[in-house]
Structure formats: C-alpha cells, structure tokens
Design a protein around this ligand. Sequence first.
Ligand SMILES: NC(=O)c1ccc[n+]([C@@H]2O[C@H](COP(=O)([O-])OP(=O)(O)OC[C@H]3O[C@@H](n4cnc5c(N)ncnc54)[C@H](OP(=O)(O)O)[C@@H]3O)[C@@H](O)[C@H]2O)c1
Length: 184
Amino acid sequence: MKRPHFTLTVAVSVDALISPSTETPTHMWVSSEEQDLFFADVEAADWCIMGRHTHEAADRPDRRRIVFSTSRSGWQRPTQLWVNPKDMSPADLAGEVEHVRPLRSGLVLGGTRVHDWFLAHGAIDRVNLTVEPVRFGAGLPIFSDQQGSDPLEIFRSHGFVPREERALNERGTRYYVLASEFDR
Ligand SMILES: NC(=O)c1ccc[n+]([C@@H]2O[C@H](COP(=O)([O-])OP(=O)(O)OC[C@H]3O[C@@H](n4cnc5c(N)ncnc54)[C@H](OP(=O)(O)O)[C@@H]3O)[C@@H](O)[C@H]2O)c1
C-alpha cells in the first residue's frame, strides 16, 4: 500500500510552543484567520490524527479521527479509531481505516508526542505553520527534542524548508508552508 501523504498543521507562539499547558484550548489564543485555515485543512483531509488530550479537548463525534492512546484501542465510534501506534507504521494506520474511508491525505493535529511519532517515521510531508504574535515563556514544544525558540529554525533543523510565507492579518500572525527537504 502506498504511504499516505501527511500534513502537519500547527499553530505556535513566537517562542515555538504549541500551548502554554495541556489544559489550554488552542482556540483561546489563535487568530480567527488561523482557525479558518485550520478548519479548511480538516475538511480537506481524509482523516485527522491526534493524541488523546487533543481529541478530548475538542470532542466531535462526527469527525473521522485516529486517536493515539495507550489506554484504549479499537473503534470507539463509527469514524473514530483509537490506536497505540508503538509497533505500527504510518502505512499501517491506512490499513486500519481503509474500509471506512481510504487514508490518502492525513492531517496531523498534535500534540507533541504525535508530532514526534510522525517525525520519527519520516512521514511529515508538508507543514502548515501559523506563528501567532504571543509569547508563552513555558509550555508544550512542537517536538520533544527541540532546541531554541525560533519556530522556523526548529523546522529547518528537522529537515523542512519554507516554500511559502504570508501575513494572515495586521496583528502580526504569519503563515508558512514548509515541505520535507526530501520532497523535491
Ligand atoms: N497549537 C496547536 O496547533 C495544537 C495542536 C494540537 C494540540 N494542541 C494543544 O496541545 C495540548 C495537548 O497536547 P499534549 O501533547 O498534552 O497531548 P496529546 O498528544 O493531545 O495527548 C497526549 C496523550 O495522547 C496519547 N499519545 C500521544 N502520542 C502517543 C504515542 N506516540 N503513543 C501512544 N499514545 C500517545 C497518550 O494517551 P494515553 O494517556 O491515553 O496513553 C498521551 O497521554 C492542548 O493544550 C492542545 O490545545 C495545540
């Protein structure tokens, strides 16, 4: 089976954090422009893949979701599969959901360990990155091993190159599309 195409869509603070805490919902601090792009990405994807906290923070029973967890597994709802991905590959995920809807394009929604898993498998093909003009000082990183606090530099150091950049509003929100350096 051909490996699906995976896009990581993520909003970060200027100091490269995805949230000040596990309990803080993303919609509390991102711009409406980011939310519009985010929901367009969700609509376009065959499946969204996320960790248990991210799923529980925005429970939507109707969405097609693959939820990473060690505490539960199997189909919890007709379109929501929970898996422990420890011994799985990205192509295995596609095999699990094929009968409900083929996974050709997957949207990776976080949090940190979900990003880590896709990165470790070399399976992030594209990154839709929004940098919001907020600074958290402390919180959850994009990747567990990240060094420094410059979002673009962190993605560059993990093998991604910017392909597009634009302002999303006049308040300083910036949007970047990055691609894997192997995807030429
Ligand atoms: N800024 C953004 O774009 C963005 C995107 C997504 C989330 N967030 C924010 O990030 C926070 C949540 O992220 P988080 O990092 O705390 O949690 P998370 O990844 O959403 O959930 C963590 C849980 O998911 C499961 N999990 C994740 N990766 C796994 C793996 N590789 N193998 C097995 N299980 C795995 C585990 O569940 P079990 O405990 O059941 O084993 C783990 O406790 C929230 O504040 C949310 O708003 C921000």
